[in-house]
Design a protein around this ligand. Structure first.
Ligand code: NAP
Length: 281
């Protein structure tokens, strides 16, 4: 069976267009502040992408590029200032932070209604009880992609490989909310292959190139590859051995061009939703 490729790039363009349509009608535009500490090249690329996305979506954006030696106090003061500004609806502190900074304390300082990454414990709790207003971008992007391709998780067995706070766990919550039966795997899972073979929907988010080979994919399964790894040849790749899996899957996401663009698009949607919540119309 040749799998249908789920085109995250095209769908992300559609989501961003929807956001642009909404912002074009708004008198007060949504605003996003992105804070980058230090000079990590990958983080710089992400921040540039976010600024471009804001421009395309009619979202006002501000960037704070702080030196690596910024103190905890200085960073918290900036967050506090942004918390208080009416023109800023979303605050994103690009992770990872330099080691001397306390990431948890910084994320906790962001006002939950401006926490467009959905990392604040309040928003994580809302997600847990099924009442999230802002949803974490990567898992929300995956849910949107499944919907777009007419894949209803209800009653399906969803196996998620990875239990991180930003992907695996919130993905499990969103899948449960859509009435899937969920298994979450990690490094202590005894027989990963056996678990994966039970999946109607397999979400790979381990960050290990080649971890999911074709023989771990059930015939007709939907395969979503979240990971962004570098192969030995330096090529961007996911966790799934794509060519093998595509022969057995019914739907599959490519890397790049799958989940990544959807994550960025959902950040734009969250910023719009935050602005709505702040009374901007
Ligand atoms: P993470 O915090 O490193 O978590 C990885 C998870 O995978 C952990 O729970 C780990 O288990 C599990 N794992 C690792 N090796 C495994 C193995 N051999 N067998 C079973 N489970 C294994 O990573 P993350 O932040 O969730 O990100 C995961 C991947 O997604 C990365 O490649 C990252 O770059 C990518 N990502 C992509 C996007 C996007 O927009 N496309 C967004 C976020 C992340 P333990 O808990 O037992 O250690």
């Amino acid at each position: 069976m040749a799998a249908t490729i789920m085109d995250g790039k095209a769908l992300a363009a559609k989501v961003k267009e929807e956001v642009r349509e909404q912002t074009s009608k708004m008198e007060r535009k949504p605003g996003l502040a992105v804070v980058l500490v230090g000079d990590d090249p990958a983080s710089r690329v992400y921040v540039n992408g976010k600024r471009r996305d804001c421009g395309e979506c009619g979202i006002y954006s501000e960037e704070y590029a702080l030196p690596a030696e910024t103190s905890q106090q200085e960073l918290l003061e900036l967050v506090e200032t942004l918390n208080g500004r009416e023109d800023i609806d979303g605050i994103l502190v690009q992770l990872p932070l330099p080691r001397h900074l306390d990431e948890k304390a910084v994320l906790l300082a962001i006002r939950p209604d401006k926490d467009v990454d959905c990392f604040h414990p309040f928003n994580v709790g809302q997600l847990m009880i099924g009442e999230a207003y802002l949803r974490p971008c990567t898992p929300a992007g995956i849910m949107r992609m499944l919907k777009e391709y007419g894949i209803d998780p209800e009653g399906k067995h969803c196996v998620i490989v990875g239990r991180s706070n930003i992907v695996g766990k919130p993905q499990a919550m969103l899948m449960l909310q859509e009435n899937a039966t969920v298994t979450v795997c990690h490094t202590r899972t005894r027989d990963l292959k056996a678990e994966c073979l039970k999946a109607d929907i397999l979400v790979a988010a381990a960050g290990r190139a080649g971890l999911i080979s074709g023989d771990m994919v059930k015939e007709g399964a939907v395969v979503v590859d979240v990971a962004m790894n570098r192969s030995e040849a330096g090529k961007l790749c996911g966790d799934v051995v794509y060519d093998e899996a595509a022969e057995r899957a019914s739907y599959i996401t490519p890397v790049p061009g799958g989940v990544g663009p959807m994550t960025r698009a959902m950040l734009m949607e969250n910023t719009l939703r935050a602005a709505w919540q702040h009374g901007k119309r």
